[in-house]
Design a protein around this ligand. Structure first.
Ligand SMILES: CCCCCCCC/C=C\CCCCCCCC(=O)SCCNC(=O)CCNC(=O)[C@H](O)C(C)(C)COP(=O)(O)OP(=O)(O)OC[C@H]1O[C@@H](n2cnc3c(N)ncnc32)[C@H](O)[C@@H]1OP(=O)(O)O
Length: 152
């Protein structure tokens, strides 16, 4: 499978609980292109249950949207410069400044979740990303993110 966006984060920035490859206890979320949009897939472990065992914990859902959105923002910004993540030149990296999550229906456990990102707009330093998290083809949560370019 193609490298994920997060695979190109520098070692020193790879400790995120949601997506850092150097965090042994983390989720290791992996985001990739899906045409002009972005996609990640994730199967929550049973300990990430919400109020009842067969629903996913909302905090995990927010964290998946957070990591996928920030990685997507970086990928969108690279493509806007006709580059790809990992290409030569200064890496463009984003952190989440604002994340709104709407929990639309309970998210079922035991099913691979599909997280998608769509570029809404971009300016010099800010990227707005629309996000969804689906199970069985149904949107269980949606989100809006403002990601701000990280100043190295
Ligand atoms: C902070 C962590 C750094 C780690 C190192 C990362 C390096 C990157 C490498 C690899 C990426 C790996 C990362 C994975 C990450 C997964 C996703 C997360 O969980 S990220 C963690 C949660 N997020 C934070 O902890 C951000 C904390 N906040 C900040 O650090 C600052 O507030 C920051 C950088 C977001 C902005 O601060 P300013 O001083 O650089 O810039 P100002 O001027 O305040 O904002 C820039 C523009 O954005 C608007 N803005 C900022 N925050 C806003 C908000 N909440 N709502 C609306 N607008 C906002 C401002 O109004 C301004 O707009 P106008 O230029 O004036 O048009």
């Amino acid at each position: 499978m193609d490298a994920a966006f997060q695979d190109f984060y520098a070692e020193k920035f790879s400790h995120c609980h949601g997506c850092g490859k150097n965090n042994p206890a983390g989720h290791h979320l992996k985001s990739r292109w899906d045409g002009d949009d972005t996609i990640a897939r994730f199967l929550p472990k049973p300990e990430y249950s919400g109020g009842v065992p067969d629903h996913v914990y909302g905090g995990l859902i927010a964290s998946l949207l957070d990591c996928h959105g920030a990685a997507s923002a970086a990928a969108f910004a690279h493509r806007a410069q006709n580059r790809e993540m990992g290409s030569e030149g200064e890496p463009i990296r984003y952190v989440t400044a604002s994340l709104k999550v709407d929990f639309r229906r309970p998210t079922p456990m035991g099913i691979e979740l599909v997280i998608k990102g769509k570029l809404r707009s971009m300016d010099e330093r800010k990227v707005w990303v629309d996000l969804t998290l689906s199970a069985n083809g149904e949107v269980c949560a949606s989100g809006e993110m403002l990601a701000v370019r990280y100043r190295q």
